[in-house]
Every structure is written in C-alpha cells, then in structure tokens.
Design a protein around this ligand. Structure first.
Ligand code: NAD
Ligand code: ZN
Length: 353
C-alpha cells in the first residue's frame, strides 16, 4: 500500500509499505477524511520525536473499517468511524488509574505517526478497536468529523486542565485550531469573560463566534499588560495555553489569580526548563495550579464529543479553511500546514475510493 511518510528529519515523501496486520482486538481502517496537524510539522521539521525513517504520518481522521479482529465486538467491516489521535491500551494500569493517554509509558497513548504508522496510508491499524473507535454519526460530514480526532478533544481538554468554573474569567493564549476549541470549551464550561489572545483576522472572527468576549492582539504589546489593564489589575481565574513558547508560559503564571489554574495543551519544543516566575507564583505558596496534558482518547469521549457536534454546541466546520479532495492531496495539505499561510486554520483532505 501507499502512504505519505516522514523519511527523516526535514524530509517527507510517498512510500510503499506492507499492509498493516490486524490483531484479535484491532481494526484495519481505510481513511475517508484526514487532516494534517501542527504536531506533524513538529515531528518532521523540528525532530520532536527524534529521527524516524519511513514513518507514515497523520493522526487525525475518519475512515471505513475494512477488517476487524475476532475479539472485536462492536465494530464490523463497512462501519464509518472516527479515529481519535490518541488510542490508549485500555487494559494498562495507567488507564485504570485514569490516565489512559499515558498507557504503557508517558504519552504512550500517542501511537499514530509516533510508535507506528499513522493515518496518511491507504490503510491503517487501530489498536483496541472497541475501546478506541466511535461510529460516525449519521449525516455528519467526514471532513468536519475529522476535527473530532484531535482539535476538539485537545481544545476541550485545555478547559478541563484549567478547571474552568461557572463565571470564571478565562484567557486563551494562542487561537489556532486547538486554541479556538479551547475558547469553545471554556465557553461551554461557563466562562463569563473570555480573553482570546491572537492576531490573525479569521482566527479572531471565529474566536468571537465561539464566544470570546475580548480579543487581545499580542502584536499590540505585552499580553500580560493588556490582560491586567482589562481586569483592573486582578488577573484571570484560568489560562488555557495553546500557542506561544516558554516565555508565554511565564506570562500565564503572572496573569493568574491565586487559586487559579493553567491548562497547558501547547507543545513546548525547546529549552531544558520552563521558568516559573517565583514572586508571581506566590514565592511557592500562591495556589496557582499548573496542569499540562495530552488529550484523552477513547470511544466514550469521542461519542460524547460527537454528540456536542450533532447538537450544534460545537461547529467544527468553521475551522476548515482549506478543503482538498483525493488521497494524493495529503502532500499539499501537509506542506500548507508547514508553511502556515495567514489565512490557514485547518486543511482537510476527503478521499473517495
Ligand atoms: P497553531 O500553530 O495553528 O496555533 C498556535 C497559535 O498561537 C498560532 O496562531 C500563533 O500565531 C499563535 N501564537 C504564537 N505565539 C504566540 C504568543 N506569544 N501569544 C499568543 N499566540 C501566539 O497550532 P495548533 O494546531 O492550534 O496547535 C497548538 C499547539 O497544540 C501546538 O503546539 C500543537 O503541537 C499542540 N497540540 C497539543 C495536543 C495535546 O494533546 N496536548 C494535541 C494537538 C496539538
Ligand atoms: Zn493533531
């Protein structure tokens, strides 16, 4: 079969590979809509997971089941399914402890385009099919549904990690697709005032549509100063970080009220340490919680998040700025993600076989 792969750090191309093999609990799926992710860019061009050769990329997609293992109970050939980016081993002790995304090892639930080939192949393997697949709801557009693999669960996890409560003032730093879903998640969890920090006009417009009450353009000056000015020096109850770097992280600590929480879903790609400003962290006693996490995967969560789309509480189609058709367009879509033109939020490739 054919797949679009990382050939080595900084290099990608089409390769031929053996078909994946289906274990007793697994499924083999053929993609019908896939989306490249900022994480694919980190993997290939920033060497985020080290040197890899001929690793098929991609971890966001919707597909059709072509084969199931003999112990799979709830899915069968022909089912249209949503595939979460994170596919834990549900039998692991980490999953039993409530941290399925770290099954086996830290970040161990991240298998696609990391521990094994991803979804940019003509076929791909899904471990623990009953635990990890979700049926694509009747009538849902596969391209929009592809946002359920990673953008929706990760963005919403930001608001979980930041422990957003009714009436909270929340700041979301970085409003690419993940941060925009962070905005939507915080609004659904009851934020009263929501600062969205970003600069690109289409992202700002969508942030407003998702419920942001204030926009802070980080190109107009320090975000800390702007947030403090808008809150009369009080700061915010919650910060969701979905963009920026280690310095952004320090600013988040500064703008947080005592008793508040940071939910970091951003990938911190460089430096050995992250600085936490000592004074503003209450010299170690400020009750400012810092939580960072990988999105939880799994079927139950995917089904519930899909229900949010069906009920209209989340409209993921707004994120898709660059739709493509045809398997071979995966290359173009990924390159677009790498080059990030100003108007790009999310490319999606739909595939008719
Ligand atoms: P993106 O690059 O599209 O969005 C990030 C946004 O942050 C961009 O719009 C950028 O302009 C903005 N930004 C940069 N510097 C900033 C600053 N100082 N202040 C405010 N905004 C700033 O990326 P994305 O696809 O939305 O993903 C966001 C992050 O989430 C990435 O690091 C990605 O790797 C990570 N991610 C994490 C998980 C997870 O499970 N935790 C899953 C998927 C993606
Ligand atoms: Zn992703």
């Amino acid at each position: 079969m054919k797949g679009y792969a990382m050939l080595g750090i900084g290099k990608t191309g089409w390769i031929e590979k053996e078909m994946p093999r289906c274990g007793p609990l697994d499924a083999i799926v053929r993609p019908i809509a896939v989306a490249p992710c900022t994480s694919d860019v980190h993997t290939v061009w920033e060497g985020a997971i080290g040197e890899k050769h001929n690793l098929i990329l991609g971890h966001e997609g919707v597909g059709e089941v072509v084969e199931t293992g003999n112990l799979v109970k709830d899915f069968k050939k022909g089912d249209k399914v949503i595939i979460p980016a994170i596919t834990p081993d549900w039998n692991s002790v980490q999953a039993q402890a409530g941290y399925s995304m770290h099954s086996g090892q830290m970040l161990g639930g991240w298998k696609f385009s990391n521990q094994k080939d991803g979804v940019f192949g003509e076929f791909f393997h899904v471990n623990d099919a009953d635990g990890n697949l979700a049926i694509l709801p009747e009538g849902m557009d596969p391209a929009a549904a592809a946002m359920l693999s990673d953008m929706i669960p990760t963005g919403l996890h930001g608001s979980e990690l930041a422990q957003v409560q009714y009436g909270d003032t929340v700041c979301v730093i970085g409003i690419g697709p993940v941060g925009l879903m962070g905005v939507r998640g915080a609004v659904l969890k009851g934020a009263s005032r929501l600062f969205a920090v970003g600069s690109r006009p289409n992202c700002i417009n969508i942030a407003k549509e998702y419920g942001a009450t204030d926009i802070i353009n980080y190109k107009d000056g320090g975000i800390l100063e702007q947030v403090m000015a808008k809150t009369n020096g009080a700061g915010v109850d919650r910060v969701i970080i979905a963009g920026g770097d280690n310095d952004t992280f320090a600013e988040a600590v500064r703008m947080l009220k005592p008793g508040g929480a940071i939910g970091n879903i951003n990938y911190l790609g460089s430096g050995d340490y992250i600085k936490i400003p000592r004074l503003e962290w209450g010299v170690g006693m400020g009750h400012k919680m810092i939580n960072g996490g990988l999105m939880p995967g799994g079927r139950l969560r995917m089904e519930k998040l899909a229900d949010l789309v069906v009920s209209g509480r989340i409209d993921p189609a707004k994120l898709i700025t660059h739709p493509f058709e045809g398997f071979e367009k995966i290359e173009e879509a990924l390159m677009l993600m790498k080059d990030k033109p100003k108007d790009l939020i999310k490319p999606v490739v739909t595939i008719a076989w």
